[in-house]
Write a protein that binds this ligand. Structure first.
Ligand code: ZN
Length: 456
């Protein structure tokens, strides 16, 4: 099997299916890179342990290049809000070519870590002074091109960002790059929908309740363009945001959103960190996905999501690398569990029934929730689903003497050596033997691009 051509089908000693491991399973691959059952053509043995690739449901690609630049104490109460100052300075400096270079490098790193699809929550729309580019979708197209170069699936979520706070204040100078009216936003959305393909979906993102006034929220959700595709929103990430929402709107953010929008399975509530018991139940029952970003939430000092109560209520979750302080589904899921252990001083929190595996529970939940939030047919090894898969390194000592019962727990919890050996997206190999097919060129361009940003 070469890097650029698709096999007609594959087999594996152990395939992670909807109900657990299947021994000696296999699939055919359609020319469009979709799985089908009972292939008649030649199939290739691709490995011992084969899992569906993980969707990454929350990314701000440009932030990859500032990872590590906000770890020096600036004042006694450093917080999300002081981190945001560094982020704004960085956001002001990036042009479309740099964005493409950063995003392509990020997406290569995602693929090598086992992410095969990314939801890009994209608000860096305009020129630094806030005027639109000659082609208003130029920054969005940079992300689409980067995803195609790297070979990762993309759900592009252009962001509506209108005000600088719950009181409706105008955007600050540094927020002007992000801003849209409802009309210009819907025009952008319409333009981008014309770029949809098997690998590129376009959904809607509302930056947050503080950045989207009530009327605008209503207008966008009522538009024809909002009747299909996923809808994402940042919500309840910070206590300050909850307090401001209570003060200006008389309700907590999640409570307010449910009172003003028909939140259902098309929605992804990103972070949803600070929830009351009633909000936790409401979110779980709505069928919406909680978009959790544990390494970013830890890095920013956000707080901890009420995982046990949410899972007990049947809630759906997925994971995102968000600020890209870490690019690893293993680390996201590990920290999701470890945060809960530290808080509760107990173990095995995500596994809600006796005998359940934490690793399997979390990997499966994040696959299902991530696929739902992506609005794409991904996240499973099943006929009709896009052929996104990862092959683990069965020669690694970390997986020695592991069987189907212990494999995913060891993959998630047993060390820091990368175990993702090969990665396929849409039926095509993007990573083989730990190397992405174009990683040298993409990394060289990234180095040149970040050298010219000049904010460090
Ligand atoms: Zn975010």
């Amino acid at each position: 099997m070469s890097e650029s051509t698709s096999p007609s089908g594959f087999k594996a000693s152990q395939l992670w299916r909807d109900n657990g491991w299947q021994i000696d399973g296999g699939f055919g691959l359609s020319p469009a890179g979709v799985l089908f059952d009972n292939p008649t053509g030649p199939t290739e043995q691709i490995g011992r342990w084969v899992l569906p690739g993980m969707p990454n449901l929350h990314s701000h690609a440009f932030q990859r290049a500032m990872a590590g630049l906000a770890e020096r104490r600036s004042k006694a109460d450093d917080s999300f809000w002081s981190w945001r100052e560094t982020m704004y300075a960085f956001a002001a400096a990036i042009n479309p070519d740099q964005l493409k270079a950063i995003a392509a490098q990020l997406y290569v790193e995602m693929l090598k870590a086992g992410y095969t699809h990314v939801c890009e929550f994209h608000y860096l729309h305009h020129q630094p002074d806030g005027t639109a580019y000659a082609q208003p979708e130029e920054m969005s197209l940079a992300l689409i091109e980067a995803a195609r170069e790297a070979g990762i699936g993309l759900t592009l979520l252009p962001v509506l960002y209108m005000s600088g706070g719950f009181d409706g204040r105008a955007l600050s100078a540094r927020q002007r790059r992000f801003g849209h009216s409802v009309d210009s936003y819907l025009r952008l959305l319409e333009t981008l929908r014309a770029h949809e393909s098997d690998d590129v979906r376009v959904g809607i993102a509302l930056h947050s309740l503080r950045a989207v006034p009530e009327l605008a929220l209503r207008d966008v959700l009522a538009s024809e363009l909002a009747q299909t595709g996923p809808i994402h929103i940042h919500i309840a990430e910070q206590i300050g945001e909850v307090q401001d929402c209570l003060a200006t709107r008389g309700a907590r953010p999640v409570e307010w959103l449910f009172d003003h929008a028909a939140v259902d399975a098309r929605w992804c509530l990103v972070h949803a960190t600070h929830l009351t018991e009633a909000e936790t139940l409401q979110l779980a029952r709505s069928g919406a996905v909680a978009g959790l970003c544990p390494t970013t939430e830890a890095n920013l000092g956000d707080g901890l999501f009420p995982l046990a109560d949410f899972l007990d209520a049947g809630g759906k979750l997925g994971i995102g690398s968000d600020s890209h302080i870490s690019i690893s589904p293993v680390e996201e899921l590990r920290w999701l569990e470890y945060g809960q252990r530290l808080l509760s001083r107990h173990r095995n929190i995500a596994a809600r029934r006796q005998g359940d595996s934490v690793g399997e529970t979390l990997w499966r939940a994040a696959l299902n929730g991530g696929a739902q939030a992506s609005g794409a047919p991904i996240g499973a090894l099943r006929a009709g689903v896009r052929a996104d898969l990862i092959v683990l390194d069965d020669s690694s000592p970390l997986l020695a003497a592991r069987d189907a019962r212990s494999l995913i727990d060891s993959f998630l919890f047993a060390g820091n050596t990368p175990l993702v050996r090969d990665v396929m997206v849409g039926g095509r190999w993007q990573v083989r033997n730990f190397r992405h097919r174009d990683e040298e060129r993409i990394a060289a361009r990234y180095r040149a691009a970040v050298d010219t940003i000049g904010t460090h």
